[in-house]
Write a protein that binds this ligand. Structure first.
Ligand code: GDP
Length: 183
């Protein structure tokens, strides 16, 4: 499904990773972009992003996905982070309830600063740590239904559902874009 980076794409769009510190945003992104798991966390400050080319139907889409690179720790994410983003992966850690409780805060921020048509996928990460679970899968699903989000549990460590979560966001953005262009 992925194509080489340099191939001409039909269009490019931006999406953002969001959620509390240490929920696994960077590892999810690197897994998706490079299919490898980085065990170390990076100390860098400043936005980072990764690209991946995806073919959806007859279109080649280049997804540019931004990562906070730890700035959420200092509440230093600015409106420019969200500007122009058509999708978001909103991530919590199933083994830390506080990261689930903070989702409302992230949703408020997304809704005040982001495009109103933004496609949001809610992700409960670290599903490989079932024995340490503090948030039930049903709770995640229920919140997603209430807030009109897509939902998936993932494991960046074991590469479970990571590809599906990103592809769900990308194909949905593509669908909305196609509809808008037809109107
Ligand atoms: P970020 O701050 O949200 O970008 O989180 P990181 O991607 O830096 O990950 C935070 C910590 O969680 C690191 O120690 C990762 O090794 C670990 N981690 C990330 N994803 C998973 C996962 O799916 N399962 C497990 N067991 N650990 C994970």
């Amino acid at each position: 499904m992925a194509d080489s980076f340099d191939e001409e794409c039909d269009y490019l769009f931006k999406a953002v990773m969001i959620g509390d510190s240490a929920v696994g945003k960077s590892n999810l992104l690197w897994r998706f972009a490079k299919d490898e798991f980085r065990l170390d966390s990076k100390p860098t400050i400043g936005v980072e992003f990764a690209y991946r080319n995806i073919r959806v139907g007859d279109k080649l889409i280049k997804a540019q996905i931004w990562d906070t690179a730890g700035q959420e720790r200092f509440r230093a994410i600015t409106s420019s982070y969200y500007r122009g983003a058509l999708g978001a992966l909103l991530v919590y850690d199933i083994t830390r309830r506080s990261t689930f409780n903070n989702l409302q805060k992230w949703l408020q921020e997304l809704r005040s600063l982001a495009d109103s048509h933004m496609v949001i996928v809610l992700i409960g990460n670290k599903s490989d740590l079932g024995h340490m679970r503090e948030v039930g899968e049903e709770e995640g699903r229920k919140l997603a239904e209430q807030e009109d989000l897509y939902f998936m549990e993932t494991s960046a460590l074991q590469n479970v559902n990571v590809e599906d979560a990103f592809l769900r966001m990308i194909t949905q953005i593509h669908r909305i874009n196609t509809q808008r262009n037809l109107e």
